[in-house]
Design a protein around this ligand. Structure first.
Ligand SMILES: N[C@@H](CCC(=O)N[C@@H](CS)C(=O)NCC(=O)O)C(=O)O
Length: 296
């Protein structure tokens, strides 16, 4: 645990600060860095409440975004900053995948649910993806360690939206020693059984179904069993992707029931899949992670 923080990044930092904006009682920062896992530059946003800026260690939430997103969507649209500043909570939003740049030719796909913006937070094993699409390693090893060495973080909880909700459930249950709390917003519950996930996993893992199962959130919960005293999931009742069968919330519910993992699952009537919904429930998720961090 970092016990002191000098209100400046350490001199040997690997991070390049891109922007700083005062927001409520804290600052919204953006950073980029060269990633070893993805072999590309990666960008993330981090909200630092004044407590963190003045040297106090604070709990953090890692938010994994959904298909087509980068760090901007949640940072600009979810309105998490006020609650985080009131509680003294750090909020981190990484990108959803490696990206092509002038120096890096990263593979992509015409479909919005495969390739750039659609990593599923897994380590791909098939060409051409395996070279750059190592987002599990990026999130749970590289970024995790970087965050803990560069910022005054006491503990990390993981949450996310849609594909990122799947990522939060998957990584939270695969790596319970790294995360003190898990929640999800409109998550894909079982990527290996949704049309979006099937398309992506065919590319990333080929036809090796054992790898699909290892990278499926509901299957992982069934495999590893209860890990958290309670997880929180919100799902819009009028979400078109729920109706389309991409999210399959019942599979998550079933998996949690099977292993007695306590789950608070709330269907919010009339709400869709958008950031208007996320904005509506984000404070409850921040509070959930805050409460869990206090028990840590
Ligand atoms: N663009 C896709 C939908 C992709 C989508 O809805 N992405 C969600 C996450 S799964 C999102 O948050 N989009 C960005 C935003 O609303 O700011 C479509 O045409 O159907």
């Amino acid at each position: 645990m970092n016990n002191s923080y000098n209100n400046s990044l350490s001199t040997n930092t690997q991070l390049t600060q891109k922007s700083v904006n005062r927001c409520f009682d804290g600052e919204q920062h953006y950073y980029s860095h060269q990633s070893i896992a993805t072999k590309t530059p990666m960008t993330f946003s981090i909200y630092l409440p004044d407590e963190a800026l003045t040297g106090k260690v604070c709990p953090a939430i890692l938010y994994l975004s959904g298909l087509t997103c980068n760090a901007d969507n949640v940072t600009h649209k979810a309105h998490f900053q006020q609650r985080c500043s009131e509680l003294g909570m750090i909020f981190i939003a990484p990108d959803t995948s490696p990206r092509s740049s002038e120096d890096d030719d990263v593979p992509n796909d015409e479909r919005y649910f495969v390739g750039q913006g659609a990593s599923y937070y897994v380590d791909a094993t098939c060409a051409p993806w395996a070279k750059n699409f190592n987002m599990q390693s990026y999130i749970v090893d590289e970024l995790y360690d970087l965050l803990r060495s560069e910022f005054p973080i006491s503990s990390i909880g993981v949450t996310g939206h849609s594909m990122g909700g799947h990522g939060a459930l998957l990584l939270g249950f695969k790596f319970p020693s790294k995360f003190v709390s898990v929640s999800a917003l409109s998550p894909v519950s079982a990527a290996s059984e949704s049309a979006w996930g099937e398309a992506a996993y065919t590319e990333y893992f080929g036809d090796d179904k054992a790898q699909w199962t290892q990278a499926d959130a509901a299957q992982t919960i069934k495999r590893v069993g209860r890990q958290y005293s309670r997880i929180l999931v919100d799902q819009g009742g009028a979400d078109n992707f729920l109706a389309e069968g991409q999210l399959q919330t019942s599979k998550l519910q079933q998996a949690c029931e099977e292993v007695a993992q306590p789950l608070t699952l709330r269907y919010q009537a009339g709400h869709d899949h958008s950031y208007y919904f996320i904005q509506t429930v984000i404070n409850d998720h921040i509070d959930h992670h805050w409460r869990m961090a206090q028990l840590y």
